[in-house]
Ligand binder design. Structure first.
Ligand SMILES: NC(=O)c1ccc[n+]([C@@H]2O[C@H](COP(=O)([O-])OP(=O)(O)OC[C@H]3O[C@@H](n4cnc5c(N)ncnc54)[C@H](OP(=O)(O)O)[C@@H]3O)[C@@H](O)[C@H]2O)c1
Length: 305
């Protein structure tokens, strides 16, 4: 079985993560030997139209400045603005335009081309998109899905196309889209995002002025009861474990996602160099099999909650 992939997320770049910090994150991620980057046309989704495509511009600039030629970029397409509205364009012509655009910008570093949100309930329109993606696949790019309202239509049509889709799905201790994609279960194809539910922490004092939860409008108070239960679970685990004690919600989030069924990769969204190094170090421990017992305890907590 292939090792679990680690992707560097870019959703907060040009929002809470300024260009210089994003450059540093890329420097450190690359130096640590990782190559997979998750991007989207509409990042950052900060509802400021002047920032449409600003996150990917930082990535392209870093690639150019450093003369990088071996990244593996997963590019999500379809949205036509960064205003957090459901408008999207998945017509065959638009998909081809976007593919050409990213092929020109990234050349062989465009590794995967992913549909980003599809609310359509029209099987013929979805078929037309898949026909376009079929042509794109033939040019050597992997094809993936994210934010699909009717996965059952994709599953049905895929009997004709035979795509081996990767699927990005929201997956954390509070919420998971895994069951919605039941037609695609049974194989490691799932890439987990939102592992920290948008940046939750155990304690109020751990948030900072530019916290991800604040700018995204995530209410930490609403989840405090559950966070306390997770922390209690962690305390019990630490007492029984011979490994150095864990202390942060992010560690529980990564354990939970890493050991979940059908996981192919984790998408991390660090907002500082310290968080990046911490997440990489922790991920490498998980690759050695650390903290599986914590996963079992968290799963039980989640099922009871
Ligand atoms: N397909 C989709 O629809 C979709 C949707 C969302 C995201 N994504 C992708 O997935 C990536 C990650 O998503 P996300 O930002 O929602 O993930 P997340 O893990 O739920 O939230 C990221 C936040 O968690 C905190 N954090 C991260 N690493 C930490 C660490 N080591 N220690 C302590 N706190 C840490 C930071 O909050 P603070 O900054 O407040 O410290 C960070 O901004 C995105 O960048 C994007 O590429 C895809």
């Amino acid at each position: 079985m292939n090792p679990t992939a680690l992707f560097l997320g870019t959703a907060m770049w040009a929002w809470t993560v300024e260009k210089a910090q994003a450059f540093q994150l890329l420097d450190d991620f690359y130096a640590a030997g990782y190559r997979q980057i998750d991007a989207a046309t509409n990042y950052p989704i900060n509802k400021n139209s002047a920032d449409f495509r600003a996150a990917e511009k930082i990535l392209f600039e870093w690639i150019k400045v450093h003369g990088i030629s071996d990244l593996k970029v997963l590019m999500k397409v379809g949205s036509i603005n960064n205003l957090y509205t459901p408008e999207h364009n998945l017509s065959p012509s638009f998909l081809h335009i976007m593919h050409n655009e990213y092929q020109n910008l990234l050349d062989n570093q465009l590794d995967e081309f992913m549909i980003h949100w599809d609310n359509r309930d029209d099987i013929q329109l979805i078929r037309a998109s898949l026909e376009a993606l079929n042509h794109i696949r033939q040019q050597g790019v992997k094809i993936g899905l994210s934010g699909i309202k009717h996965p059952e239509h994709y599953a049905q049509l895929n009997r004709d196309f035979g795509f081996d889709f990767d699927i990005q799905f929201k997956h954390n201790l509070l919420y998971s889209d895994y069951e919605r994609y039941s037609d695609f279960q049974g194989k490691p194809r799932f890439l987990a995002y939102g592992m920290n539910a948008g940046g939750l922490k155990f304690k109020a004092k751990q948030y900072h002025a530019n916290s991800s939860t604040t700018v995204r409008g995530v209410s930490a108070d609403q989840h405090q009861g559950f966070l306390n239960q997770v922390e209690e679970c962690l305390t019990k685990y630490n007492q029984a474990s011979e490994l150095p004690p864990l202390s942060r919600f992010n560690q529980c989030s990564m354990v939970f996602a890493y050991y979940s069924p059908d996981i192919k990769g984790l998408l991390i969204g660090p907002s500082s160099t310290e968080q990046l190094k911490d997440s990489i170090h922790f991920f490498q421990g998980l690759e050695k099999g650390h903290h599986r017992a914590l996963y079992n305890a968290l799963r039980q907590l989640q099922e009871n909650g």
